[in-house]
Design a protein. Sequence first.
Lengths: 542, 268
Amino acid sequence: MRQRLVRFVFLFCVILTVGIATAQSSELRFCLRSEPKTLNPVLVADDASETVRYLTGGLLMRLNRLTQQLEPELATSWKVSENGKTISFKLRQNVRFSDGTQFSPEDVAYTMQQLMDPALHSPTGDSFRSGEGKVITQVAGKNQIALTFPAPVVGLDKLFDQVAVMSAKSPKKEMAVLGPYYVAENKAGSHLLLKRNPNYWKHDAAGRQLPYIDSVRLDIQQNRDLEMLRLVRGEIDFINSLDAEYYDKLAAQAANMATDAGVSLDSEQIWFNQVASSPIPGYKKAWFMSTNFRRAISESINREDLARVAFRGHARPAVSWVSPANKFWFNDKLQPHSFDQKSALTLLKQDGFHMQDGVLHDRDGHLVEFSVITNAGNKYRERMATMIQQDLAGLGIRLNVVTLDFPSLIERISRSFDYEACLLGLVNNDLDPNSQMNVWLSSAENHQWNPSQKTPATGWEAEIDALMRTQASTLEMKKRKQAIDRVQEIVWQQEPFIYLLNKNAMSAVSTALHNAHPVVLRPQVYWNIDQLTLGTEVARNR
Amino acid sequence: MKWARIAAVGFLVLVSTACLLAQFIAPGSYAHQFRDVPDAAPSRQHPLGTDDIGRDRLSRLLYGTRVSLLLAPAAALLSSLLAALIGGTAGFVGGWVERWVMAATDLFLSLPWLFLLITVRALLPLNVSPFTSVAITFALLGCLGWAAAARVICADARTLCSSDFVLQARASGNGGVRLLCRHLLPNLKPVLYAQFWISIPVFILTEANLGILGLGVSEPLPSWGSLLRELESFTAFSAQPWQFVPLILLVVVVSCFHLALQKQELSA
């Protein structure tokens, strides 16, 4: 009897201890919209994998999402050579991977070798490929390493914000990490559980090891309604990115949870097909190639209304291809094109357009009618297209809105060129405008209005080519800024892309989560993951 | 049930009249955007409120009902006629004809027709007016929606062919065409009616689904399908019960058609 009693008391104590421990451990929960395609940091190409890399990866330096400045992490200092080919790092000492393996310069060399391995096709590595040849690594002592690239790399230091250092020696390969968390559990289609890295090098001012939160649970949840319900019920702690409609719904229910960080880097734009070989009538090509016509269309679109109605006020009229959210590169001398249908009509008259029974005709008597394609299912773009339809009707222009499934749309804008105008958006993650070389060079495939040109079709495209090459070949920030400012001016004047809006970055954060300061750059909410605390953690600290 | 039938007919007349006189009844144009009051609640100016870009919901409902009430039954009629022709012939002739026709029907049913429709839409010219686009959409639905109904009609026709009264008619010397017109088709009427009425809401909902995929009615023309799409964003967070009016109207109109035609079906 006594033995049974002892056993019972022992069991009770064990349950109590486990219970207390569980109650004290803090867990941050949020949702991923899809399963991560890879846990290997050099192969990351999707949002979910990027999230895991951000939470687990240890970087040499990291871009502070609030200040938009680089800050030292595993590299205590770095220096880029004058020719822009070499970067030297001084590394932090006495740092260990999550499995206890020592961090050394060889790990940086190994990571670089993995990134540049042509067999791996690393999307992160692509940004470093400036020319033919191999990357030379020079390890100097215990804590110094220099990487030399075959050709100058523009914005070289900032590219390391995407590079998670991997262990060269650990048997756990890419699962050994230097970031605040490591992947402890991965249940396909259900969730990932990340646990605090016991060897994480960072400490707070009081000397306490970071991160504050013990674990992070990432639930795979595609349904946004359910995600929102779970947030309101307190089952998850934040939603990293909200669209305007969900933001308003949440703000109506729990205003203290909804956060609008302001204008983001993403833009929405419309452009006309200017491909010479496209199967559209010649007179329409002539309209689309006319600067006056494009500017007239631009001036007859009420961007303020688009922002206020289509995006519920959570967007801002766009100026050019660099968003005002990009503090350094934005040309603040430019203003969005104003809504002025009188001025638009004057511009059209200069090209021989005239009104006849309330309908616009060109100089040869053709009725001005064209179609705009956009991707089906995107209600914001459908709304914008319908609103533009009404705006252009004010000028006597008939606009047909056609929504297509995405593959058909891509086929039309990139292969058959069988379209007249297209309304799409650009999701931009990179602050450095050099990342958009593949859009602005006239020879580029993504030069959407007239891609893959052998020689620039217009004088202003030739000027953009020259300016983009200038900024890519110099490391002087002043010169680069001047070149990018001028490109923004040309785009503002010529409007090959008619920029409509820059969307706001919106998030939802539970009141239980502390130290969260949502920003416009991705990842908006958890960019300072190692500083975040939960209500339970705050209580424990008191 | 007489009063129910009268009420149903009365309601259908009321809806049809309202649709036909939409330009006089509607508070505004179905396309005009009152951009100062998007997503507004019902008011005297906008009895059913406004949609997400400020268009008057009542006006859109009236014009949308006109489009759907005209074109969805037209598509249903087309598909029912095709089904009657194909299924009826197969069931009546029987033998290898029936086997081959039913095999072709099965093949047709197994086609991923949604993707077929998307492909067809991708091949269509882009500069078509909203009216043309809605006509194309419903014509495609009518042409592709016959297969399931043809199977039912074929089975029914086969059963009728082996029934006593058909045997007696054959014994009395009735030939193929007379047998088909006098004995089979009148007895197939209830099934055809049923298939017709079932097809209407199915086509309306299919058109709504196609809208999401890009093959629906082009903006700014409304249809029941495009109006029902508003319910996509209906969640517990946005309780706007007036958004359900198009759905309620769809259910009531289809029910009224059933009630109104019940007597004819029974007598058939």
